[in-house]
Design a protein around this ligand. Structure first.
Ligand code: FES
Ligand code: FES
Length: 153
C-alpha cells in the first residue's frame, strides 16, 4: 500500500493506506483522533470537517488521504496552541453553544475557515454554512461566530 505524508496538527506523519481511503478513517482509525466525527459519510453534514493548510474547510469523509499529501491538516485537537484556546473556541464557550456536542468540532472548524476568509461575516455568510446540528444550536452558533469575529476583527 502507498504511503502518504502530511502534517497533522503540527506534526509530520506518514500513513500507509489506499490512495482513496477517506481522510476521516485515517484520522480516527489510524491516528486515533476522536474530534472529527462520522455523520453522513457523503459530504452532507459537516461533522467530519477539518482544515487544510490552516484555512480551508474539508469534509474528510469524502477527501481521499492521497490529496492530503504534502499539506497541513488540522483537526479540532490541533486548534488550540497548547493551553491557549483558539478565539473561536473561546467564543463557543462564552456562548455556551454545544448541546450533545456531536456536530460541534465540525461546526467550529467550519467557523474558523469562514472567519479566515471573511473576518466580519454577514448573516448571509453564516446562513451559507451547511453543517447540520440535530440539536438545533444554530442560533448560538451564529452568536459565537459574531463573538469570535468581534474578538479577532
Ligand atoms: S460525515 Fe462528512 S460531511 Fe457528514
Ligand atoms: S449539538 Fe447535538 S448535533 Fe449539534
Amino acid at each position: 500500500m502507498p504511503n502518504h505524508s502530511f502534517i497533522l496538527n503540527g506534526e509530520p506523519v506518514t500513513v500507509e493506506a489506499p490512495d482513496d481511503l477517506p481522510l476521516l478513517w485515517v484520522l480516527r482509525d489510524i491516528m486515533g483522533l476522536t474530534g472529527p466525527k462520522y455523520g453522513c459519510g457523503i459530504a452532507n453534514c459537516g461533522a467530519c470537517t477539518c482544515l487544510l493548510d490552516g484555512n480551508t474547510a474539508i469534509l474528510t469523509c469524502s477527501f481521499p488521504v492521497s490529496e492530503a499529501a504534502g499539506h497541513r491538516v488540522t483537526s479540532i485537537e490541533g486548534l488550540a496552541q497548547g493551553d491557549v484556546l483558539h478565539p473561536v473556541q473561546e467564543a463557543w464557550i462564552e456562548e455556551d453553544v454545544a448541546q450533545c456536542g456531536y456536530c460541534q468540532p465540525g461546526q467550529i472548524m467550519t467557523a474558523v475557515a469562514l472567519l479566515a476568509k471573511k473576518s466580519q461575516p454577514s448573516d448571509a455568510d453564516i446562513d451559507g454554512i451547511q453543517n447540520i446540528c440535530r440539536c438545533g444550536t444554530y442560533y448560538r452558533i451564529r452568536a459565537a461566530i459574531k463573538n469570535a469575529a468581534a474578538r479577532t476583527g
